[in-house]
Design a protein around this ligand. Sequence first.
Ligand code: TRP
Ligand code: ZN
Length: 887
Amino acid sequence: MDKAVLDTGSPKAILLRDYAAPPFWIDKVDLTFDLREDETIVTSRLTLRRNADVAAAPLVLDGQEMELISVALGGRGLTDRDYILTADTLTLTGLPDDGQVTIVTRIHPEKNTALEGLYKSSGNFCTQCEAEGFRKITYFLDRPDVMARYSVRIEADKAAYPVLLSNGNLTGEGDLEGGRHWAQWDDPWPKPCYLFALVAGKLVSIEDHFTTASGRDVTLRIYVEPGNEDKCGHAMTSLINSMKWDEEAYGREYDLDIFNIVAVGDFNMGAMENKSLNIFNTKYILARPDTATDTDFLGIETVVAHEYFHNWTGNRVTCRDWFQLSLKEGLTVFRDQQFSADMNSAPVKRIQDVTRLRQVQFAEDAGPTAHPVRPESYIEINNFYTPTVYEKGAEVLRMYHTLLGPQGYRRGTDLYFDRHDGQAVTTDDFLAAMRDANPDKVVDWEQFRRWYAQAGTPKVEGEGSYDASSHTYTLTLRQSLAPTPGQPEKLPMLIPVAMGLVGPDGTDLPLRLSGEAAAQGTERVLILSQPEQSFTFVDVGASPVPSLFRGFSAPVKLSFDYSDAHLAFLMGHDSDPFNRWEAGQTLAARLLLGMVADRAAGRDMVVPDSYIAAFGHVLDRVSEDPAFAALALTLPSENYLGQLMDIIDVDGIHAARDQVRAAIGQTHRDKLLATYSACLTNGPFSVTPDAIGRRSAKNAALAYLMAAGDAQGKALALAQYRDASGMTDVIAALALIADSDMPEREAALAAFADKWKDEALVMDKWFMIQAISSRPDTLDNVKALLAHPGFTIRNPNKVYALVGSLTGNAPIFHAADGSGYEFLADRVIELNKLNPQVASRMAKAFARWRQYDAQRQAAAKVALERVAHTPDLSRDVYEIISRSLEG
Ligand code: TRP
Ligand code: ZN
């Protein structure tokens, strides 16, 4: 790329190694918000105390996009001889060791399209301060290690904004002249400013209560726009379940008398854990069976729990700096995964989580934006709310759990909370707590620490050999980690390998390693810490099939020399459900990639009978566990298959999957129809794990019938679309119809849009199913939908539904003529001005452009360079695009 362009005013990287404690602490913040239609005046009184541990330095406050009205020290007004003002700082010199500084600023929430800081959504005021949004509200030390107590007074028009909320307890309220009113909120818990929140609006609430283990009565409220009261029940139940679960699983109680949630329609991410005032994307609150799918219901349960769990993992104990983000996010994701596993089916949840990890995190690790769980540098921290920090971070927590066992892990978290309550700490502090709470466990913690420091997905290769004369089985494993940007050399990782040996009769054999006095159970955790290691098991009566990385015990890519027969055997017999599923996926991936290779070589693609037969066996057993079966019936995704190729053959992968799906639909027509009928749920609609499982198996069966173009399948899809009472079934059927060329397609789509035009979240589904269709007219259709009255580029959910879905639609987005790339570049450029966070999330779809063929690479490069040359490129987009071009 044209280097000069990037060099002019290139944003600077922030480095972990530059961390320094602040020169002042802020113990108390008194805020007043005067909310008006055309401006908001913020008065902030900071109670400062010099940090005696660091050399005296001026106080450099962060502040952006606001107008400074006045600054005073004590009662004395300062002039511009006493401070230095730049575009993003306010520097105060000559301050006493203790003092109060009062700052008055003017901001414009009504013009804020970035949805960061104070902004408006559907006419209501709300905030989003993580990571660095507080600096758009007032001048402050906007860093998580500065923890203060907040008192907040909000003043606004009473008719337009009857509800006024902030963190902590409501300590006063009253009326003002001119139809205005005020409320005073005091939060007794010190917190970093990223956890500050304010809401003012016309909202209604539903209320419930929770009594904590020690007897505290907590009032729980969920605030939504009028008309949505009847869609909050599932979120409330999920909140109560999470409060109870955190007491039982982690010994953590809630610490205030009130817990509020507000749902807003314009939100960049899923939700935000502001102290006692969580703010949510409506997508993760609002659900009624006729408007929300099973996936939505499960997503609500997980996200409500996630934000609630942050009260301890994030709020009571927070991050020293943003490089430590996974300290709170990885841990909290692991906690919400454990919770959802307990509420539903643990194996199903694990399979879904691993599928997502592979889909998004492994892809990130393999591209130009690869970074460690604890990054060492960033340009824009918002770009680091990534699958690596969240999902791989959660895998690191799971490995502590695997290495220490449930009790050792709990000892570790107990010590972590004891030691660090009220502090801002690091991932090293967390590791130290785990280590110190488990002095008897022999774990090389220095080596384990590399999971935080080294980017990339380790590869583990291996083979096994059975010696019939000595009854020994030797398992040899080798690990390697490829270079990632900025990390050319890697050291070996400490990899927990949960495993068993499955005997010829399908049962697990006792596991005795050579040198041990006796067998230690039938499942154990081997530690792979060397580049290559062999493990010899003795007393092995017959040649076993090893079952490795049970439950996916480490985030690695395994390639083991299994025959197809071994995989089929594990599919049928492994006692570990994850590995039963995994064996089927490995077999399917092997077969699909073989077909892709045949197609590329000009040979016919053939679906082997053995695979179709194995699939039939899964269909025969659907009733045993429909939810699990639905996952076993799902082929590896196009994205995942692409990751297994050196150069991604977009069209080949799509064609191979289509052909296998059609073959299954034809051969197993009768079994699929039987599955469909057997899984119909009778009686009242419910979202229990059983009902959800049956619906997913039924809809998987329907999809195969449709893939085969089966007439009865089409009739079933139409009937299901017309008659189903729940959104899961309606949208599953409509998605299949929308992806087909059935004559009923247009009318069905039109009827749906007409029925749901006033339900934004339902319309998102309508946009999404059209954007994921593999029909050749999809891109044109999506372009037309940009002008649909229900679409707006200013709403993140709409962008994710239409533009985001399209970037996940491989054959369309990666069309050889570059049309998909050109479309995305246009959207990124448009969004860059309005909402840099959303623009940059969309721009990440370009990241793996070098993994495609030369023609596609050339087209992607043109699109990337066009974005790079856009005037006023945000730091967010700049960082992603420049990294992608550097490769
Ligand atoms: N901490 C939030 C979470 O629960 C993440 C989040 C919400 C966020 N909104 C954001 C991060 C805006 C960056 C910008 O995971
Ligand atoms: Zn979080």
